[in-house]
Design a protein around this ligand. Structure first.
Ligand SMILES: *Cc1c(COP(=O)(O)O)cnc(C)c1O
Length: 385
């Protein structure tokens, strides 16, 4: 499909590479701000694990979003890109001592704590620095998200968070610690969630937990509902901007807040997913016994989502307007899972054609690896090409 992308600008760029349409990114950020503007107690933290490309981060920072980090490396990256430390929340089941120190040294907004042993270490390290660490507890709400098993995080069987039955005990413990300031509750049930009923289930669960806490005299200030809003992978051209209205309206309607509470959101995929595409070139078209393969120069090292999550990225041939044929699009790596998609329609394809895999802005470039000693793909924005 010609004219979908400015292919003439791609001619001299080494493939595979990521291409980020900053117009879509900016429209997405404007849509988020349009929905949250009327709520002065709503705060959106971009989940930087979805995409940490500095060019993308700088644009996100222009729109005033906070940040959700899950590692010390992410904290370093966002500080280097100009995000204020007091808008950083820091989650993760296995924070290392140096990561906790980094968070404390920079006075980040909040640690989202996932266990008692972690709480004890944060208290200890904060004491050694003469500081008080602000913490929320990540509670495992045992709410299932109707999404792929590898990206479901809110079930009792998952490794994440503190069990609901331990909540009061952990809060009491925190309140007894000199170098911990308990501030609230954190949740995150999974990713690529398109059914608002899953968020309603989370809101209902939070309401019940809040009632329980209130009856015992606990008053959390922060309610962090995590992220997880999905994007339309099957028709990104029709739906480049996720339905933020439905998402925020769901929480506005179903989450019952106490006076003075702030609500924090941690959106990753929904912010950056649709602005990015992986651009790759066809090396060979091979006629197999039963199949026709388009062998491209990108592999699972560049975009691992199909291999890891059975994901499908809408794929177009940017160099051809000839009648469509059926192809398996595969990479060059010596792994049977190095398959992008099977039995899909592409305009008739030949060696040298440029192929675009859409909706690759989230968990794409950031998950690239050097397996097979492959070069890492470079990310370019539409502003610089
Ligand atoms: C991954 C993650 C997010 C973001 O998830 P998305 O599905 O990309 O919105 C938010 N919060 C936490 C704690 C996470 O681990």
């Amino acid at each position: 499909m010609k004219n979908l992308f400015p292919t003439e600008k791609f001619a001299n760029i080494r493939t595979p590479f990521y291409y980020y349409d900053t117009r879509i990114l900016r429209q997405t950020l404007e849509a988020i701000n349009a929905e949250t503007r009327q709520h002065d107690n709503y705060f959106v933290h971009y989940a930087v694990k979805a995409n940490a490309n500095p060019k993308i981060l700088k644009i996100i920072n222009e729109y005033g979003l906070g940040i959700d980090c899950v590692s010390g490396g992410e904290i370093e990256q966002v500080l280097a890109c100009g995000f204020p430390a007091n808008k950083i929340v820091f989650a993760g089941v296995g924070k290392s001592d140096w990561e906790i120190e980094l968070g404390l040294d920079n006075d980040i907004f909040c640690f989202n704590v996932e266990s008692i042993p972690e709480l004890e270490i944060i208290n200890q390290i904060a004491a050694s620095k003469g500081k008080k660490a602000t913490v929320c507890f990540r509670i495992n709400p045992n709410v299932g998200a109707h999404t792929h098993a590898n990206i479901t995080t809110g079930l009792a069987e998952n490794k994440f968070g503190i069990a609901m039955e331990d909540m009061e005990r952990v809060i009491r413990l925190a309140q007894s610690m000199d170098n911990i300031a308990f501030k609230g509750l954190h949740f995150h049930i999974g990713s690529q969630i398109l059914d608002m009923d899953d968020f309603i289930a989370l809101a209902n669960r939070i309401n019940a937990l809040q009632d329980r806490l209130e009856s015992q005299g606990f008053h959390p200030e922060i309610i962090n509902v995590g992220g997880g809003l999905g994007i339309d992978y099957s028709d990104p051209l029709a739906h480049p901007i996720p339905d933020f209205k439905a998402y925020f309206d769901t929480y506005t309607q179903y989450l019952h807040l106490r006076p003075g509470q702030t609500v924090h959101f941690e959106l990753g995929r929904a912010v950056v997913g649709q602005c990015g595409a992986l651009i790759t070139r066809v090396n060979y078209v091979k006629q197999g016994a039963a199949k026709q393969f388009a062998i491209v120069d990108a592999g699972m090292t560049d975009l691992i989502r199909p291999a890891l999550y059975d994901a499908h990225h809408k794929t177009y041939n940017l160099s051809s307007d000839q009648p469509a044929e059926v192809y398996d699009v595969v990479g060059p790596i010596c792994e049977s899972s190095d398959v992008f998609d099977q039995d899909i329609l592409l305009n008739r394809t030949q060696r040298g054609d440029l192929i675009a895999m859409l909706s690759a802005g989230a968990y794409g470039e950031i998950m690239a690896s050097g397996y097979n000693c492959r070069r890492l793909p470079i990310g370019y924005t539409s502003d610089e090409l």
